[in-house]
Ligand binder design. Structure first.
Ligand SMILES: Cc1ncc(COP(=O)(O)O)c(C=O)c1O
Length: 424
């Protein structure tokens, strides 16, 4: 293929080709060779949990035998889903979010990533009044997948988070209220739990922000991919509810169905209308499989119990195991480390404060040993000030088997131990 030269590529295309965070992460997932030495602690695949997989397989088989299969395979949905499915989702989700939703509050997308590529551009960039509005990430590090979704360059803005020590080898990021600034901001976006850190912003902090965003009619996007009501990996924190001014996104991926690609947006009717136009242009229609599976899973009310009885206990146990495996390797090999309090989700965010190489270099050294992690530098979109964490943190998933976590911890600790500045 002839490489795209600058004169033939748009500014957008050029920027996309330079910024490879999410692409590199997803390509790492796709390039898995199945080699027994491979250790896949990089991407955001959920764990394969037999009890969950059995439920999903039953659902799939029921659809395969149902007369509606011909419609599932042979008909388009409306761009953001047929009214019947949107009404079902509205009725089902209402009690989970403490409000009465209607179909006009609901839009389905081919994954929540797909929805964000529209949502962020609807609320940022050049506005009809000639102003340029930005996307504020109130706490970075924040989800790598938002980074290059804005068609306009320099659309993100962020400030350094508070770094709160919470114990030996532990810390937590907090909302930087002092520098919180909504000038030229078109929307505010956060994930709860946060990918990559496992942080869960308190409802108190969310309300504090909303007092300010609501005065300026700035929408707040809360990404619930790992949050309530499913998979509900929110530890001891309170669930988020819906209210005017918020746009919530749910995903079927982290319950165990990333291949199905279903994301659900809950928002005001006006935003949903605009999303319907975007979806028609960009996608024609949401895919049928996720929506039909949702129909079964919601009508049988399966997901809250699955989350409570299977997913949460599974991920809680994995998290404890992973923390103990990594800490014991770090200590054995003299690695200086700090772990972000893993409050929810399924990642560990680890800082190596004495690392003498960049986290990106560390990623490559690990990859040479077939260990896949994610370099932390990708997660700071919009931050333009110096912050050591952009260079010395990594993310890894604990969704893998114990033996794989143990091999990964050993290799990681060995590499970090041999690339530390002299102890302070
Ligand atoms: C915080 C967060 N939001 C959204 C997504 C996108 O998920 P999907 O498009 O599979 O729904 C992910 C995937 O990793 C994520 O971690």
């Amino acid at each position: 293929m002839t490489p795209m030269t600058d004169s033939f590529s748009s500014l957008w295309a050029t920027r996309l080709r330079q910024n490879q965070g999410i692409r590199s992460l997803m390509e790492d997932l796709g390039q898995v060779t199945g080699h027994p030495d491979e250790i896949l602690l990089g991407g955001g695949n959920p764990a394969h949990i037999p009890e969950a997989e059995e439920i999903f397989a039953d659902c799939f088989l029921a659809l395969a035998k149902d007369p509606s299969l011909t419609a599932l395979l042979g008909d388009y949905q409306a761009p953001i889903g047929n009214d019947r499915f949107r009404t079902l989702a509205a009725e089902y989700l209402s009690p989970h979010f403490g409000v009465t939703l209607t179909k006009d509050n609901i839009a389905f997308f081919n994954g929540s990533q797909n929805a964000y590529s529209y949502l962020l551009n609807i609320h940022s960039g050049k506005m009809t009044d000639g102003s340029f509005k930005k996307i504020l990430l109130p706490i970075v590090p924040e989800y790598i997948g938002y980074a290059d979704q804005s068609i306009e360059a320099d659309a993100f803005v962020a400030t350094k988070p508070e770094v709160i020590p919470t114990g030996k080898h532990r810390f937590r990021y907090g909302l930087n209220k002092t520098d919180f600034d909504l000038s030229n901001v078109g929307c505010v976006a956060l994930s709860r739990p946060t990918n990559p850190t496992g942080n869960i912003l308190s409802l108190k902090d969310i309300h504090w922000m909303e007092e300010k965003t609501q005065k300026k009619s700035i929408p707040l996007f809360i990404d619930l991919a790992y949050g309530n009501p499913f998979p509900n990996l929110i530890g001891e924190e309170e669930p988020v509810t819906y209210q005017e001014g918020r746009t919530l996104s749910l995903s079927f991926s982290k319950i165990g169905l990333p291949g199905v690609r279903l994301g659900i947006i809950i928002s005001n009717p006006d935003t949903i209308e605009t999303l319907s136009s975007s979806a028609a242009v960009g996608n024609l229609a949401v895919g049928n499989l996720g929506v039909y599976m949702m129909d079964i899973l919601f009508r049988k009310d399966i997901l809250p119990l699955l989350a409570k009885n299977v997913l949460r206990p599974f991920y809680d146990k994995k998290r404890e195991l992973a923390v103990s495996i990594f800490e014991s390797e770090f200590q054995k090999q003299g690695v200086e480390y700090e772990i972000h309090d893993p409050m929810g989700g399924f990642f560990l965010w680890i800082r190596f404060p004495n690392l003498s190489i960049s986290n990106h270099k560390l990623y490559h050294l690990c990859k040479d040993k077939r260990l896949f992690i994610v370099s932390g530098h990708y997660f700071f979109s919009g931050l333009n000030s110096d912050f050591s964490h952009t260079q010395d943190c990594i993310r890894l998933t604990y969704c893998r088997k114990e033996e794989e976590l143990a091999r990964g911890a050993h290799i990681l600790a060995k590499i970090v131990a041999s690339h530390q500045a002299k102890s302070k």
